[in-house]
Design a protein around this ligand. Structure first.
Ligand code: ASP
Length: 438
């Protein structure tokens, strides 16, 4: 029988009631044997996440503030879960040890990691699963980058033949044994690492939404969920701002050919979004998979007659961009024009310098900068097989009287990118959605 790695996010494990839901979910499929928990998240709107409290506690200790009170608030979260579920773990002893460590100046990563550690401890007790502390199996280099191969060797050996395990998310250790964390939201990454090491048939990521939506629900009311998407499509969408998963959690499972399923702990009957390596056919009749976008871009447009035959023109433009320490987002080109799309916030402090440097290096006929731009990516593996997709998209935009400032269709034909004035941004997303979805 294959195994499933199930990662549960902070809201899925925020109190005893959520722990019960998790146990019920595991009981529904015996293949769910490797569990990766986050630290307890918010129970209600204005509540604090335990991880945020732990970071605050570390700062307070460092700055001579009242860290003990914050520690007590953290402790209470775990004590109430343990009490309500009648767990046997000696939590007081664990908490005392952590309190002592903080008193003795434990560093930030150690403090933050205790959120996952303690939740893993309680969950393993509640489920009757073995606790595997990631400090012994998830490794970083001395520079703090994740050491994927060393980790995979050690962790797969540990998981081999293990009947079950709880592996707390978010942290591992440095070569000198100190605790080191991933960036925020990093339990997603741990889940993907465990899935790869376990040779899982599926990586389930349980959260509080029923998968990805085809568009931002703040812009498109009642946007439909995406049932099936490929890792490459997902990359295009998350690059443009759609976030549900930590970016680094895609790589380990994608490379190992393991699908990821985003599921909702509060609605386990919903099949969520399945992310696969390759999807044969499209589900439903939508040509597109999703739409995502961001505002806050500027376009530098450089025009020069016969630019196409001038050797090294593009290189000199990019040299000016690089010298200013900027990274560009897109580079649409025409016969006599070249545009560089950048984030306005990055450009602002060096704007004058970049302009004069481009002028100096390329002597263009004209150079203009257009600010307040929104970029919208319409993504879908089905677009390539559907002639006329671009025509439909631009017709939908022109019906809304949207002035399209830039078009870029990547050679992958997985997405069409348009640049519009920020004031047209939301209307454009709605127009595209209604054209292709409903
Ligand atoms: N607890 C950590 C955070 O809040 C990691 C995670 O939840 O994935 O960022």
């Amino acid at each position: 029988m294959g195994n499933i790695v199930a990662k549960f996010g902070g809201s899925s494990l925020c109190d005893a009631g959520q722990f019960r839901k998790v146990r019920n979910i595991l009981a529904m499929d015996a293949r769910r044997i490797f569990i990766v928990p986050s630290a307890p998240g918010r129970r209600f709107d204005k509540d604090d996440k335990v991880t945020d409290l732990l970071y605050a506690m570390h700062r307070q200790h460092r700055d001579g503030g009242d860290w003990q009170a914050t520690f007590q608030r953290v402790a209470e979260r775990y004590l109430s879960i343990a009490r309500e579920l009648a767990l046997k773990t000696d939590l007081e002893e664990q908490l005392n040890r952590i309190r002592l460590d903080v008193e003795n100046g434990a560093d930030e990563d150690y403090c933050a990691s205790r959120g996952e550690y303690l939740n893993g401890l309680l969950l393993s007790d509640y489920l009757g699963f073995t606790l595997i502390d990631p400090k012994d199996y998830i490794f970083f280099t001395a520079q703090g980058t994740f050491d994927s191969e060393r980790t995979n060797t050690a962790l797969s050996r540990r998981l081999e033949g293990a009947p079950n395990a709880v592996v707390p998310g978010f942290y591992g250790s440095l070569p000198d044994g100190r605790i080191h964390t991933f960036t925020r939201g990093g339990s997603d990454v741990t889940g993907a690492i465990v899935a790869r090491a376990a040779g899982a048939e599926l990586y389930e990521n349980w959260t509080d939404v029923s998968g990805f939506l085809m568009a931002d629900p703040r812009i498109v009311k009642d946007a439909l969920p995406i049932q099936n998407i490929t890792y490459r499509e997902l990359r295009e969408l998350s690059y443009m701002g759609a976030t549900v998963l930590h970016e680094d959690s895609v790589f380990p499972v994608h490379r190992a050919g393991i699908p990821t399923n985003i599921r909702n702990t509060n609605h386990p009957e919903h099949c969520g979004t399945l992310i696969t390596h390759q999807a044969e056919s499209r589900d439903g009749n939508h040509v597109i998979s999703g739409i995502a976008g961001r505002v806050g871009f500027s376009i530098i447009s450089i025009e020069k007659a016969m630019m196409n035959s001038e050797k090294g023109f593009g290189k000199r433009v990019l040299q000016a961009v690089e010298e200013a320490g900027l990274s560009f987002e897109h580079l649409p080109t025409g016969i006599d024009t070249l545009c560089v799309v950048l984030e306005t916030s990055q450009l602002a402090p060096v704007r004058e310098h970049v302009i004069s440097r481009i002028m100096e290096l390329t002597a263009p006929d004209t150079l203009t900068i257009h600010d307040d731009l929104g970029l919208i990516a319409t993504v879908g593996r089905g677009m390539v097989h559907n002639p006329g997709t671009a025509a439909r998209l631009f017709t939908a935009l022109s019906r809304e009287h949207v002035n399209v400032r830039m078009i870029d269709q990547g050679s992958s034909e997985l997405s069409i990118l348009v640049g519009v004035d920020a004031s047209d941004f939301e209307a454009s997303i709605r127009a595209i959605y209604h054209e292709f979805v409903q």
